[in-house]
Design a binder for this molecule. Structure first.
Ligand code: C2E
Ligand code: MG
Ligand code: MG
Length: 721
């Protein structure tokens, strides 16, 4: 069975290796050969039947001649005739027996002498073979020799064939004779019939048959040519176009869709294929950069995984994120952003190898699959490191976006892979973790994925889940860090949130605030902080020695852009009964970059309500002065980094002095935060700074501890005063 199947398959293969047009001609040729074969066979059969009939006829007729001899011999035996009389009578009787147009009897004796001849009486008495004086007529001699051979055969009778002209002609023609030895007289009697008529009619039939076959063949050839040519031409056209479509010319027409036959079906299928390819291409390629998009990336990634499982080569998955892309979009518009993305795409394509895949995942996130790096891990890692360095370098070069010169850097996460064990999205996740690390390590760099990082991230995710329930579980605390004036009096406090985690202990806001911002949890946390601070203000307002304190609350971008921010703040303050004039909101630049108009509107409304604003971490951002110019701040907070450096380096000192002067000119308060030493305090005080905050005075503390510090300072202040 299997043998049969293989045979069938190889037969089908053989057939499909011949072109359709050639196949038509082959069928035609085989048909021709078969028809010719069958015709020839039937003609030959017919010919032999006709000859056979003629032979039977001759044999049958001979019997009548033979019976004449028997008759006269009988008369001799009865004594009615002598032998000579009997033989003479028989001769003349036989000579006169004719039938048909050319048929007669003849008698020869065994010496080759003609006894009687119905066709040519002149032969009679003459000898044609045997003796030296025999008549030299080769045609007749041959005939006689044939007849005598039959006579001397064991049966004494039989057929012979020879050629002899008809009477009155010289052209020898085929003749069949039947002869038999009349033993008593030793005479061979025979008769014959020409077969030329059979041959002629046979030839005519052959010619007619051949002509019919030829006409049929020409017709079949013509039809074959027309059908074959149509099919072959349509197939050629279709395959030419399919090839072009496959090469990406997706606006090609598909010829033959109007046909009703199978080729039409095929053409319509190709049309559907072309249209889906078009959709797929549109889905797979980013119209802006022309790079592959997620779907295509996944396909390539899977392909690379399967291939590398077979060829043993290591590959790299590289995830790239451009820094400050949002900022560029927000400040210079989307056109500039688009130009940057295009340029990044160009630099990536130019700096990777031909077989590598470069894709854009959306936003400013790009991916490169660097394939076939090496078969050993160390070499593969080295080349990935090389690629990472190169990409960081070229992506960090200045971008000329129209009239803008823009500086941007890339953070890059890389992971190495070789087989199918890791799914495509798991690999992407690994590269993403590495990218996260690159960002944490100061950006403008690349990092490899390592499993340790993964566990750190897992812990982070766990923390994120726990943060959700932290407020409800009462794990949030608000600590206060005093702010003192130049005479050492505490004039207020900054409220700083803390998370008292049941297992991890006190978690600093630097650890969980960014996470809270990412997840949006900062909104409920910020509200809790404000409520808590207001309650504290109300509490302090009831103490004459503390009712002057102003509490500063930090506000993050997410809160500020909450649509109901102003409403919520007002409600919280009003509900608590706190005096809005004793509340100050600290904004950092990250709040301001987005939509300065909206921020200004909200600040105006809250200022009307009685609250004040402070610009936090002043001097660390890119556009501090712009914000200062456009927004109604009451205070600036000089960032702790300037305070640290104020004694160490002159430039920082100059900048610090400038900030203080600027604040004076703009009629703003200036707070120096992060004061840790007496020297820093003295230096800044000397420059004209009037408000201070830092560990030198107090760390952020619980409100119940605040009293003790307050008392401590009052004593210190009194001593100074
Ligand atoms: P920030 O608003 O600039 O707060 C000042 C930070 O400096 C606080 O860190 C404070 O503990 C620290 N600090 C004060 N004096 C000194 C000093 O002498 N030396 C040093 N090295 N540090 C000092 P903290 O409490 O860890 O807060 C970090 C940041 O978290 C804050 O920076 C603020 O941006 C954010 N944050 C804290 N609480 C909240 C909050 O309730 N809401 C929001 N949105 N952000 C908050
Ligand atoms: Mg602050
Ligand atoms: Mg600050």
């Amino acid at each position: 069975m299997r043998n049969y199947l293989t045979k069938m398959k190889s037969g089908r293969y053989l057939l499909s290796s011949i072109r359709v047009e050639a196949r038509f001609w082959l069928v035609l040729l085989i048909g021709f050969a078969v028809i010719v074969g069958i015709s020839a066979d039937s003609m030959i059969r017919l010919h032999s039947i006709l000859i056979q009939d003629r032979q039977d006829e001759v044999r049958h007729l001979l019997e009548s001649g033979y019976s004449v001899l028997t008759h006269f011999q009988q008369l001799e035996l009865e004594g009615k005739l002598t032998r000579d009389q009997a033989q003479e009578a028989a001769r003349s009787a036989v000579r006169d027996m004719h039938y048909g147009e050319h048929n007669y009897f003849f008698i020869w004796d065994l010496n080759g002498k003609s006894i009687a001849h119905g066709g040519n009486i002149h032969y009679e008495g003459r000898t044609f073979i045997g003796t030296p004086d025999s008549v030299q007529e080769p045609v007749v001699s041959y005939m006689v020799s044939q007849l005598l051979a039959v006579a001397s055969s064991p049966q004494h009778e039989g057929y012979s064939r020879y050629q002899i002209p008809k009477a009155g002609s010289t052209v020898p023609l085929d003749k069949i004779a039947y002869s038999k030895l009349f033993v008593p007289w030793q005479w061979s009697i025979g008769t014959g019939a020409y077969v030329d008529d059979i041959n002629t009619s046979f030839r005519n039939r052959v010619v007619t048959r051949a002509r019919t076959v030829l006409i049929l063949l020409i017709l079949a050839g013509l039809v074959t040519y027309l059908i074959g040519n149509d099919v072959a031409a349509a197939t050629r056209r279709l395959s030419r176009n399919v090839e072009r479509i496959a090469r990406g010319e997706l606006d090609r027409d598909v010829p033959g869709v109007e046909r009703a036959d199978e080729l039409g079906d095929m053409a319509r299928a190709v049309l559907v294929l072309r249209d889906t390819s078009r959709e797929v291409v549109e889905l797979r390629h980013d119209p802006l950069t022309g790079l592959a998009m997620r779907k295509l990336l996944n396909d390539h990634l899977n392909l690379t995984r399967f291939q590398s499982a077979r060829n043993g080569y290591y590959n790299g998955l590289i995830l790239i994120d451009m820094d400050r892309f949002k900022l560029l979009n927000d400040t210079h518009g989307h056109d500039a952003g688009d130009l940057l993305l295009k340029e990044v795409a160009r630099r990536l394509t130019h700096n990777t190898r031909k077989g590598d895949t470069v894709a854009r995942l959306g936003g400013d996130e790009f991916v490169v699959i660097a394939v076939d790096l090496a078969t050993d891990e160390a070499t593969a890692l080295r080349s990935l490191e090389h690629i990472g360095q190169k990409l960081v370098r070229v992506l960090g070069e200045v971008y000329q976006l129209g009239s803008i010169s823009h500086v941007s850097h890339a953070s890059i996460g890389i992971t190495l892979f070789r087989d199918e064990s890791m799914a495509g999205d798991e690999l992407l996740k690994q590269a993403d973790l590495a990218l996260y690390k690159a960002k944490q390590d100061g950006r403008n760099t690349f990092r490899f994925f390592d499993p340790d990082l993964e566990s750190k991230i897992r812990r982070r995710n766990q923390m994120e889940r726990e943060l959700h329930s932290a407020i409800a579980m009462g794990q949030m605390e608000l600590h206060y860090q005093p702010q003192v004036d130049d005479r050492g009096n505490i004039i207020g406090a900054e409220a700083l949130v803390r998370w008292r985690h049941p297992e991890r202990g006190m978690i600093s806001p630097a650890q969980f605030i960014p996470m809270a911002e990412e997840t949006g949890l900062i909104v409920p946390i910020g509200e809790w902080v404000l409520e808590e601070a207001c309650d504290q203000l109300v509490n302090w307002s009831q103490r004459p020695d503390m009712n002057h304190l102003v509490v500063a609350v930090n506000v993050s971008a997410k809160q500020m852009f909450d649509e109901q921010f102003v409403e919520k703040v007002r409600n919280i303050v009003l509900c608590s009964g706190a005096n809005p004039a004793h509340l100050k909101l600290e904004l950092t630049e990250s709040v301001l970059v987005k939509n300065i108009g909206e921020v200004k509107a909200k600040m105006d409304q809250l200022k009307q309500f009685g609250m004040a604003f402070s610009l936090d971490d002043f001097g660390t951002g890119y556009a501090s002065l712009t914000y200062l110019k456009q927004l109604p701040f009451d205070q600036i907070k000089m960032d702790g980094s300037f305070v640290v450096d104020v004694l160490k380096d002159e430039r920082s000192a100059a900048i610090a002095r400038l900030m203080i002067d600027l604040a004076r000119v703009l009629k703003l308060e200036v707070v120096a935060e992060g004061i840790e030493t007496v020297e820093q305090h003295a230096c800044l005080r000397g420059m004209g700074c009037s408000i201070f905050q830092g560990y030198l005075f107090s760390k952020p503390v619980r409100p119940d501890m605040f009293f003790q510090h307050l008392d401590g300072f009052r004593q210190a202040g009194a001593a100074q005063g």
